[in-house]
Design a protein. Structure first.
Lengths: 157, 303
């Protein structure tokens, strides 16, 4: 037994298996203002964590809790192409998102709780903008969102 | 000696008449430009000094605060400085003068402009430039990449950029494939004309809301039309932006802003400190170096 002073107490090592489904979608629709030659562009950027998580692990014991850390898959990205000012200004831009996520599944005490947070890294806009059908072109690579880590969200099963 | 002075005086008089009075004197000087590093679209640029999230550019050129109205002239100009070339271009645009536009370009760029003015996009091109020309204002010009970059704007299409190179004694329009971030960042500066971050006033909101409820924050911006940002203390965590009489503002009175805020924007129940501030450009990121304690507010998000 671990945590002998903890009440109630759980076994040091206990094996669980099964599947948990958890998803958190972070989807933003917002205008991009960072192009000098147009007022704004509408773009969608998305970053999300979803899908099922296979459970096959052994718990560790901390303060009367039985938890395991899981690694989750992350999908993120988006893109925007535009032609404005009657075709004089055009762009081929891609939103590049670096994101990560971590989650912890606690099977004790009940209820079983899956908690996690998303680390939304930098969202960058990369590509090229040109005007007058190529008379001038700018390579583009700038940060749209600096990135942040959300506070922990929880879901009970 | 006397006859020489008469000839010289005559030449000066001819030069005065040949040079339309409305063309500004070309007088490039060294100057510094201070650009907030969180201005939308700003690219990282090693050529700028970065100090407290402000990019400092050391440049040489001319800036026309508030813009200088370009009155196109049909007088032939020798193109001895970028302003003369700009005025000649504006006149050619206004009159849809195809050959004059082509003649203004440098030899290595002529093929490109010929493709535009003679190609399938010619009608669109002339439609835009002839409409923009009468309303064009000169904002600035800077020495850039062995040439000269000129920034102009009109109230319909916004900012325009022209690049010129000196060919012989004349400044000629030229194509530019710009891999450097500097030209882009300068264009953003002239587009937004960034002013200091300022506090908002007359803020009203409840002390507490439920996690699943929403509330309205009402406030006054120091200058009508300004953007408002609501950020948590964590740098970069902007939870709401609005513009006075624009996006996300539910109060139609100029200068007054009403923002709808949901409890779940704060992620979890708890008491939160957050910041409200105003800028004269869209708030997509903000540096905590610019966030002062007097901008701080708090709210309790109840279960």
């Amino acid at each position: 037994m671990c945590c002998p002073n903890g009440v109630p107490c759980v076994q040091t090592s206990r094996k669980y298996s099964g599947t948990a489904t958890w998803s958190f979608g972070l989807k933003c629709h917002f205008p991009i203002f960072g192009c000098p030659y147009v007022a704004s562009l509408d773009a969608v950027v998305s970053a999300g964590v979803s899908g099922s998580v296979g459970l096959n692990y052994q718990t560790t014991c901390t303060g009367g809790k039985a938890c395991a850390t899981l690694d989750l898959g992350v999908s993120a990205g988006g893109g925007v192409g535009f032609t404005l000012v009657a075709g004089l200004v055009s762009g081929d831009l891609q939103l590049v998102v670096s994101a990560g996520a971590s989650a912890e599944l606690c099977v004790y005490p009940l209820p079983v709780k899956l908690c996690g947070s998303i680390n939304l890294g930098k969202v960058k806009v990369v590509g090229a903008v040109s005007a007058v059908w190529g008379i001038w072109e700018h390579s583009v690579d700038y940060t749209l969102i600096s990135g942040y880590t959300t506070p922990t969200f929880c879901k009970s099963f | 000696m006397k006859s020489r002075l008469v000839i010289l005086g005559g030449l000066l008089l001819m030069a005065l008449f040949a040079s339309p009075q409305n063309i500004p004197t070309f007088n490039p000087q060294p100057f510094k430009l201070y650009i907030p590093a969180f201005l939308p679209g700003i690219m990282e640029d090693a050529s700028a000094e970065l100090r407290n999230d402000t990019m400092i550019y050391s440049l040489e050129g001319q800036v026309f605060k508030g813009g200088y109205k370009i009155a196109a002239t049909s007088a032939p100009l020798p193109l001895i400085n970028p302003w003369q070339t700009l005025y000649a271009m504006t006149d050619a645009y206004a009159k849809r003068n195809k050959q004059k536009i082509i003649d203004l370009y440098s030899p290595d760029s002529k093929a490109k402009i010929q493709n535009v003015v003679n190609g399938p996009n010619a009608a669109k091109f002339f439609e835009v430039v002839s409409k923009a020309a009468p309303k064009l204002e000169l904002l600035a010009g800077v020495n850039y990449q062995n040439g000269f970059a000129v920034y102009t704007q009109d109230d319909e299409y916004g900012l325009h950029e022209n690049y010129m190179k000196k060919v012989g004694d004349a400044y000629r329009l030229s194509a530019l494939s710009d891999k450097s971030p500097t030209g882009w960042n300068l264009a953003l500066y002239f587009k937004f004309d960034p002013k200091p971050l300022l506090p908002v006033s007359n803020v009203s909101m409840p002390d507490s809301i439920k996690y699943d409820d929403s509330t309205t924050i009402r406030l006054t911006v120091p200058v009508a039309g300004r953007w408002v940002g609501v950020s948590l203390g964590q740098p970069g965590l902007l939870i709401m932006m609005a513009q006075d009489n624009g996006m996300n503002d539910f109060d139609p009175s100029p200068g007054r802003v009403a923002i709808h805020v949901k409890g779940n924007m704060f992620f979890n129940p708890g008491t939160y400190e957050f910041y409200i501030y105003s800028l004269n450009f869209p708030v997509q990121r903000v540096s905590m170096n610019f966030i002062k304690p007097e901008l701080k507010y708090s709210i309790k998000i109840a279960e």
